[in-house]
Design a binder for this molecule. Structure first.
Ligand code: PLZ
Length: 484
């Protein structure tokens, strides 16, 4: 990267009213909330320096690793990511719901810097350190339920899900695991089996782990006949009882709002009914809150919305402001069912990642980011509903807090329109707004802004999305009325 690009970014005089209000304790560093909070394009996207880097990527990185937008990033903070060509993009992705506290958040950067100078690794299983214990104490305090809780720390979401299954199996002495249609739980062998969507996650990677059973999800937009949450739960429970048998079932694993599967919010009553059935039959209810957790949906955890208290909860992503950390937290007696030495890994709960998590959690508390997520949700919901009024290609606006999406369909039907969703996504990128798609049918356009994004920037990002819908050729209601 050229040094003038760096000085451009850093030297930007544009520290106007859009600059994030958090104080800058790192005057000399790139990134973080010191960056001007604006959309500012100086080249086409990706620009020439990014394109050159991408050639090197193509030559050196496995073709199996694809990139949504090949704009290479030099700095990021607040609600922007700045690329090596000096373009400042509005971040509506947060690295897939990870940098909820913002990129290079001051408390995270501070604690990481201090830790990295003290020690970087001992392996907690060899000689321990306080940070790991402190993160587990925070998890016990923050996750739903007032019962005694314990945790194990790991490196990735998939690893947390794998460990939740291991723990549930030992605690129950049973093998089977139930997951749901449209679920996403990771890319390791066991979690591939738990993930629903074949391409790109599973295709050709089998054979998959056994004893994983898939139950019907509550997906209100796609129900042939509208049914209540309790009825959808009954449908899943009948399948489980008839095809698996409660006596064989170790755990039900479910995302309270599905992430990669399409931001599917189950009908009210679905989660509580499943959780109650689990309690009655000695089945471990595992909430996979890897994407929904840590303030994203407007509560510390999405389960809280309906008062569901999971037996185990998996977390990752937002927990550590961008450093790799994940956890399984749950009822002390379940977590302690595992024999000594049964859980672990070289890097799990690495001290630098733990320091980052403590910085991120402190930031969430101090800035009340759950409230911020609710506020962001109000802004997004208002604008996306306005958009849906205009464009019948938007079949549904859904989500909660700072986790919202629109499902793109052929007007007047529920037939997915992945082409239009993809086109909108690509044009948003070239207009300087970093967005993502998701969904089993690839037709869900989702928004996961950092929770510290300022209102003006968020509104601007959503205004671009609105313009892009027209540019992508989406028919308006009036046009489709004429055609149809
Ligand atoms: N459970 C609910 O959302 C990760 C995956 C992106 P890891 N989602 C983003 C991709 O294409 O790989 C996720 C999740 C839920 C588990 C995971 C897995 O978390 O940290 O990616 O392993």
């Amino acid at each position: 990267m050229s040094s003038d690009v760096q000085s451009d970014i850093h030297g930007g005089s544009d520290t106007d009213s859009h600059t994030a209000s958090h104080t800058d304790s790192h005057g000399g560093l790139l990134g973080g909330p010191t960056l001007p909070q604006h959309r500012h394009l100086v080249t086409e996207i990706p620009g020439p320096i990014s394109r050159a880097l991408h050639e090197r990527k193509t030559a050196s990185v496995s073709g199996g690793v694809s990139v949504g937008l090949p704009a290479y990033i030099a700095a990021a903070g607040g609600g922007v990511v700045v690329d090596v060509d000096g373009n400042s993009l509005i971040d509506l992705a947060a690295g897939i719901a990870v940098t909820s506290v913002g990129n290079a958040a001051p408390k995270v950067a501070e604690k990481v810097a201090r830790q990295v100078h003290q020690f970087t690794h001992t392996c907690f299983m060899v000689v321990p350190y306080e940070g790991y214990v402190e993160v587990c104490e925070q998890l016990a305090e923050l996750t739903p339920g007032s019962h005694a809780k314990k945790s194990v720390l790991l490196n990735s979401g998939a690893e947390a899900v794998e460990n939740a299954v291991k723990i549930a199996r030992v605690a129950t002495g049973r093998n089977a695991v139930v997951v749901f249609d449209h679920a996403y739980h990771g890319r390791t062998n066991l979690t591939m089996a738990m993930t629903a969507k074949n391409a790109p996650y599973k295709n050709g990677f089998g054979p998959f782990a056994g004893e994983v059973y898939r139950a019907p999800m509550s997906y209100p937009f796609r129900e042939p006949v509208p049914i209540k949450g309790a009825e959808a739960a009954e449908r899943a429970i009948t399948m489980i009882e008839k095809q698996v048998g409660a006596e064989n079932l170790a755990a039900i694993v479910i995302e309270p709002i599905q992430g990669e599967g399409g931001f599917v919010v189950p009908a009210e009553g679905f989660l509580p009914a499943l959780s109650e059935w689990c309690t009655k039959h000695g089945v471990v209810f595992v909430a996979d809150e890897i994407q929904t957790g840590f303030c994203r949906t407007g509560d510390w955890f999405a389960c809280e919305n309906e008062g569901v208290v999971p037996d185990l909860i998996t977390t990752a992503k937002g927990i550590a402001g961008g450093l790799p950390l994940a956890a399984v937290t749950g009822r002390a007696e379940i977590m302690d069912a595992v024999h000594p030495g049964g859980l672990g890994g070289t890097y799990g709960g690495n001290p630098v990642a733990c320091a980052a998590a403590l910085g991120a959690i402190e930031t969430m508390k101090e800035l009340d980011l759950a409230a911020r997520a609710r506020h962001i949700g109000q802004i997004m919901s208002r604008r996306l509903h306005e958009l849906a009024e205009r464009y019948p290609s938007i079949g549904e606006v859904r989500g909660r807090g700072a986790m919202m999406a629109i499902e793109v369909v052929k007007p007047g039907t529920i037939t997915p329109d992945a082409d239009l969703a993809g086109a909108v996504n690509r044009i948003c990128h070239s207009e300087g707004v970093l967005t993502l798609t998701c969904g089993t049918f690839g037709n869900v356009f989702r928004f996961l802004p950092p929770l510290v994004i300022d209102d003006a920037l968020l509104e601007e990002g959503l205004a671009v999305v609105e313009q892009v819908f027209a540019a992508a050729g989406a028919p308006t209601r009036r046009e489709s009325a004429v055609v149809g």
